[in-house]
Ligand binder design. Structure first.
Ligand SMILES: Cc1ncc(COP(=O)(O)O)c(C=O)c1O
Length: 360
């Protein structure tokens, strides 16, 4: 019996087992993580942490230093910041608030984890369709106004890669009882940060902004994210969470990364240059492959579309140890779409060459 299509990319261990190879043999372009080795300072910080308190002792339950470092980077009050075990853990708590407020509007196709989080609290939701073609210029106006109490926004949007303008989102914050904005990929988008809603969290108690550090630094296995929202709301979340949701190694890594502002600026520049260079290389090269259309993106992944099913192409690529994101689990996309996550030039060339070879 064939298994249902996956609802998440990055199933490297499972795919390696299925394909009879080692996880390291796979080029994983199904999860959108930077392709660089982690920053050198992070590596030495983690090595040192193994011999000291961060591994042996319980982490600071208030995550004081980490909250201060994140707040200082964004120029906000540390009481408005709460670190989490990746953005995914924080969606669970945001969903609890959403379920209490009423019906959630989920832009669709969209990231599946919000539904998982809402189901934890018996929260109700409806899919709100996004147009399936969009221009090349970013940012773009957020195109829908669902008739719901709660609105979930992903900026940039997953899986389309569209960057929404803050001018179009801010008026929406007044309309809804609660707006949850997932900015997991915003720091990776070269012109993303200007569209952040973080500066508005102090004025808007009904706004929750969630960030991830896992994609930006290539630490998805370590797990680290944070939420920026009203102090009172975060106090309630803390009352219900596990006592130590962020482990000592992730906490120490986060402190180091966010305190070193010069290092962070440098890293962001490197990531943005990569997205600009490889994003435009891929758009140019993939446009030349007959039978597929690459869609424009502001960030480190993009969709390709065909008139025909791409399901067997995806499988043939997997047999060649290249993983792309199957889009059948995304509402309205289906088998004619695949999502490609940017790699380094060598990886992008490998993906391009394999697809071209299979389609021509
Ligand atoms: C839009 C979006 N937000 C959040 C996440 C999860 O981030 P984290 O690894 O910090 O839990 C993902 C992971 O794929 C994502 O695509």
């Amino acid at each position: 019996m064939s298994s249902p299509p996956p609802i998440h990319g990055g199933n490297v261990a499972q795919e390696a087992q299925r394909l009879g190879c080692k996880p390291n043999d796979l080029l994983d372009a199904s999860a959108s993580i930077v392709p660089f080795a982690i920053p050198k300072d992070l590596k030495s910080c983690l090595k040192q942490a193994l011999h000291r308190s961060p591994l042996r002792d319980y982490p600071d339950r208030n995550y004081e230093e980490l909250r201060k470092a994140i707040a200082s980077w964004h120029g906000i009050n540390p009481n408005f910041v709460l670190p989490g075990n990746g953005a995914a853990e924080l969606f669970t708590w945001a969903a609890r608030d959403a379920a209490r407020e009423g019906l959630s509007g989920l832009p669709s196709p969209g990231f599946a984890d919000y539904k998982r989080a809402l189901r934890c609290w018996h929260g109700t939701y409806q899919n709100e369709e996004l147009p399936l073609s969009w221009p090349e210029e970013f940012p773009q106006p957020f195109p829908i106004t669902p008739n719901t109490e709660v609105l979930w926004i992903t900026n940039p949007h997953n899986p389309t890669g569209q960057l929404w303008s803050k001018q179009s989102i801010i008026p929406l914050v007044e309309k809804y009882k609660l707006v949850i904005c997932d900015e997991a990929f915003l720091p990776l988008a070269p012109v993303g940060e200007k569209q952040s809603l973080i500066p508005f969290t102090e004025m808007c108690p009904n706004l929750i902004v969630i960030r991830s550090l896992t994609k930006l630094f290539g630490i998805a296995g370590l797990r680290l994210g944070y939420v920026v929202s009203n102090e009172k709301r975060l106090h309630h979340w803390r009352e219900s969470r596990d006592p130590w949701p962020v482990n000592g190694l992730a906490m120490t890594a986060g402190e180091m990364l966010m305190k070193d502002t010069a290092g962070l600026q440098k890293w962001l520049k490197k990531v943005h240059n990569w997205v600009l260079q490889e994003g435009s290389w891929c758009q140019r090269k993939f446009k030349q492959i007959p039978g597929i259309t690459p869609h424009p993106s502001s960030t480190n992944f993009f969709l390709i579309e065909s008139q025909h099913s791409l399901v067997s192409l995806r499988e043939e690529l997997a047999q060649r140890h290249i993983l792309l994101r199957d889009c059948r689990s995304f509402n309205k996309l289906g088998g004619n779409w695949l999502r490609v996550s940017l790699q380094n030039r060598k990886g992008n060339k490998k993906i391009h060459k394999a697809i071209r070879g299979l389609l021509t």
